[in-house]
Design a protein around this ligand. Sequence first.
Ligand SMILES: *[C@@H]1O[C@H](CO)[C@@H](O)[C@H](O)[C@H]1NC(C)=O
Ligand SMILES: *[C@@H]1O[C@H](CO)[C@@H](O)[C@H](O)[C@H]1NC(C)=O
Ligand SMILES: *[C@@H]1O[C@H](CO)[C@@H](O)[C@H](O)[C@H]1NC(C)=O
Ligand SMILES: *[C@@H]1O[C@H](CO)[C@@H](O)[C@H](O)[C@H]1NC(C)=O
Ligand SMILES: *[C@@H]1O[C@H](CO)[C@@H](O)[C@H](O)[C@H]1NC(C)=O
Ligand SMILES: *[C@@H]1O[C@H](CO)[C@@H](O)[C@H](O)[C@H]1NC(C)=O
Ligand SMILES: *[C@@H]1O[C@H](CO)[C@@H](O)[C@H](O)[C@H]1NC(C)=O
Ligand SMILES: *[C@@H]1O[C@H](CO)[C@@H](O)[C@H](O)[C@H]1NC(C)=O
Ligand SMILES: *[C@@H]1O[C@H](CO)[C@@H](O)[C@H](O)[C@H]1NC(C)=O
Ligand SMILES: *[C@@H]1O[C@H](CO)[C@@H](O)[C@H](O)[C@H]1NC(C)=O
Ligand SMILES: *[C@@H]1O[C@H](CO)[C@@H](O)[C@H](O)[C@H]1NC(C)=O
Ligand SMILES: CC(=O)N[C@H]1CO[C@H](CO)[C@@H](O)[C@@H]1O
Length: 814
Amino acid sequence: MMMVSRKIVSSLQFFTLFYLFTVAFASTEEATALLKWKATFKNQNNSFLASWTPSSNACKDWYGVVCFNGRVNTLNITDASVIGTLYAFPFSSLPYLENLDLSNNNISGTIPPEIGNLTNLVYLDLNTNQISGTIPPQISSLAKLQIIRIFNNHLNGFIPEEIGYLRSLTKLSLGINFLSGSIPASLGNMTNLSFLFLYENQLSGSIPEEIGYLRSLTELDLSVNALNGSIPASLGNLNNLSSLYLYNNQLSDSIPEEIGYLSSLTELHLGNNSLNGSIPASLGNLNNLSSLYLYANQLSDSIPEEIGYLSSLTELHLGTNSLNGSIPASLGNLNKLSSLYLYNNQLSDSIPEEIGYLSSLTNLYLGTNSLNGLIPASFGNMRNLQALFLNDNNLIGEIPSFVCNLTSLELLYMPRNNLKGKVPQCLGNISDLQVLSMSSNSFSGELPSSISNLTSLQILDFGRNNLEGAIPQCFGNISSLQVFDMQNNKLSGTLPTNFSIGCSLISLNLHGNELADEIPRSLDNCKKLQVLDLGDNQLNDTFPMWLGTLPELRVLRLTSNKLHGPIRLSGAEIMFPDLRIIDLSRNAFLQDLPTSLFEHLKGMRTVDKTMEEPSYHRYYDDSVVVVTKGLELEIVRILSLYTVIDLSSNKFEGHIPSVLGDLIAIRILNVSHNALQGYIPSSLGSLSILESLDLSFNQLSGEIPQQLASLTFLEFLNLSHNYLQGCIPQGPQFCTFESNSYEGNDGLRGYPVSKGCGKDPVSETNYTVSALEDQESNSKFFNDFWKAALMGYGSGLCIGISIIYFLISTGNLR
Ligand SMILES: *[C@@H]1O[C@H](CO)[C@@H](O)[C@H](O)[C@H]1NC(C)=O
Ligand SMILES: *[C@@H]1O[C@H](CO)[C@@H](O)[C@H](O)[C@H]1NC(C)=O
Ligand SMILES: *[C@@H]1O[C@H](CO)[C@@H](O)[C@H](O)[C@H]1NC(C)=O
Ligand SMILES: *[C@@H]1O[C@H](CO)[C@@H](O)[C@H](O)[C@H]1NC(C)=O
Ligand SMILES: *[C@@H]1O[C@H](CO)[C@@H](O)[C@H](O)[C@H]1NC(C)=O
Ligand SMILES: *[C@@H]1O[C@H](CO)[C@@H](O)[C@H](O)[C@H]1NC(C)=O
Ligand SMILES: *[C@@H]1O[C@H](CO)[C@@H](O)[C@H](O)[C@H]1NC(C)=O
Ligand SMILES: *[C@@H]1O[C@H](CO)[C@@H](O)[C@H](O)[C@H]1NC(C)=O
Ligand SMILES: *[C@@H]1O[C@H](CO)[C@@H](O)[C@H](O)[C@H]1NC(C)=O
Ligand SMILES: *[C@@H]1O[C@H](CO)[C@@H](O)[C@H](O)[C@H]1NC(C)=O
Ligand SMILES: *[C@@H]1O[C@H](CO)[C@@H](O)[C@H](O)[C@H]1NC(C)=O
Ligand SMILES: CC(=O)N[C@H]1CO[C@H](CO)[C@@H](O)[C@@H]1O
């Protein structure tokens, strides 16, 4: 039909006749074919395509269909809720189709090779569907194609090399799929290509040099793939390139100097690769560059002064590299700069005053470097600054009073410097402040009460300074506050007593001050509280049982205070449901261990590794010190994964309740230095992830339960200074403990205190020394080994025994 029509057009009259004929015939054939395709949709009631009926005129009435000379020229049913496949699509029946847009539907299955029959196709858009399988190479026979958009599907396999034959292509957009293999060099033949988007796939290998032949390219996005090798210098030929996105790959070697020849470039994003060497000074030629992202590479040497010539720059992100030397003063020329990220490098010397001239700056991140000297006074000019990060440097001096002029500030983050002096009262004027973190400096004097005027404040962290005086009462009123950390200062007086209803506190850490009196009852208004550390103060109160109603409390640390009295539970149904760390050590608690408390503690009854981090964790890490394995260990962040009961150094008496064995998530159990009596309950053998057990300095009697030998994670055991007797159980972990674990118990026998315990009751485990002795008493090897082991190779013995067990179990020693 088509071939005939091409030959006949010379006669106008005949053509008119023929044209009328085709209108009737061709659109019937095309319409019938389209209806057959529609009949395969899963949702036949699709209201968008309700107009597609056999009785209506496809060219005139059908949604999304445009005809030209009576033949379907455009089929555009984007975002029309189609649920179907392309298997019944009439590829062979639409010879005049130029524009096919099926984007934003739910089309699944693969692209049939018959797509190659749409020989007049100019525009192909299948983006945002569920299309899978490979790109058929037949697509390359569509010689008129200018635009291909199949991004955001499930395509896999290689990009067919044949695509390079599509010489008319101007846009190729295949991002967000599962394409793998390397980028075909043949793409370099598509000389009219101006957009090449292959981001978010699994492409590997290196970037072909031929990409540099695509002189018409304006945007090249190969980000978020697994590309390696170096960035080809040929890219420097792409005169019209305005954006180059290669971030999140594995590109290595240095950034080619030629990138600096891309005079049209406005965006250069090379972050998160393995690029090394220095930043080429040639980048200073990129007059139109507005964002330069080179973060998270291994770039070294100093920041070239030429970066300061990039007068259009608004974003400069060089964080997390190995840059050293000083910050070039030339950066002060970048008067359009809104974000400057230089954190996590090795930059040194003082911060140039010129940085303060950047009056458009909203984000300044200079943390984690080796910067020293004073904070330049010029910083007072940066009236638009919202975030100032100077943490983890060696900055000295006082908080300059100009800081209070930075009235747009939301984040002021300067922990771990050598700043000193008083905290300025005027901080209370920075009314949008959300994060105020000055921990680990040497600030002195009192906390200004003006801070309580900061009604957006979420994190207030002056931990590890030398602040003194009382905590202003009004601090209890900052209802937005989530983190309040004043640990390790010299604060005295009482805690604020007016925590109000709706209190947002998640973490309250006042550890290591001189705070006295009671724990304020109003804290039970802080229903979101997860971490409460009031340890190492002078608090004089009974056990705050009322905290048990806080549903999310995970850490309760009251060590080293003057807390006293018995711990008894009222009849409440649910108490401390999420508690994981309870440290009441070094107080004056009396009478029985709190059995009724142990009967609650639901959070310690299951081993749960899926705790959410609080939302503030980017600016604050909760940390708690626990005593484990005889050492102080600071747990940062993962503290919700640690489960600790420390009741040591009190005046508890009576028995160790066997219900403790139900708290199977405990890793650290310390009840040492009390006046506990009776037997060690065998139920402790159920604490299967216990790492540290300290029962020392009590009056415990009887034998060590054999069940403890099954605690395979136990790394620290202290049973010393009790009245224990009988044989020390033997097991894989038990043979790593030395005699000081047992000293001061005159009645204990067996390894490592004395020679074996003879015919001890055979344990359930395969690893007992006594069982081995019985089986191996004739073996000369074993006797020699035993002698060597007793010469002090504590843990060597364990390994040795395992080897022997292996030999026994394989029959080699029999
Ligand atoms: C089409 O039918 C399905 C059930 O077969 C129904 O869930 C859906 O809402 C219907 N859609 C329209 C647009 O009527
Ligand atoms: C299809 O229609 C949408 C909106 O109706 C339009 O944005 C899109 O450009 C059209 N596609 C083609 C190929 O004409
Ligand atoms: C697409 O359709 C399939 C089959 O009806 C359905 O299971 C799937 O959830 C749909 N996907 C989307 C993204 O709508
Ligand atoms: C490339 O684009 C130019 C200008 O638009 C056009 O004249 C030429 O035909 C195109 N080349 C191909 C192979 O389509
Ligand atoms: C297309 O590109 C490939 C690889 O660069 C090359 O070998 C081939 O000769 C090119 N084909 C044409 C027709 O230019
Ligand atoms: C580069 O862009 C200019 C201006 O838009 C245009 O005239 C020129 O043809 C482009 N060069 C190429 C190779 O496409
Ligand atoms: C790039 O990755 C491929 C595997 O995908 C590997 O064979 C090749 O050695 C790598 N090349 C470089 C330069 O790392
Ligand atoms: C703070 O701003 C005021 C005017 O708004 C100005 O007079 C004062 O000098 C500034 N202080 C500092 C330290 O920059
Ligand atoms: C809080 O701000 C008000 C005015 O905004 C002021 O009068 C008051 O003194 C401030 N309070 C403190 C403690 O600085
Ligand atoms: C605790 O406070 C009470 C009175 O409130 C007082 O009698 C007692 O001596 C205090 N205890 C300590 C250890 O300071
Ligand atoms: C020793 O361990 C093996 C495998 O763990 C087990 O099959 C065997 O019954 C055990 N023997 C004794 C005596 O417990
Ligand atoms: C008429 C025509 O060109 N038909 C082709 C359609 O596509 C299939 C698959 O590529 C070919 O086999 C046909 O020849």
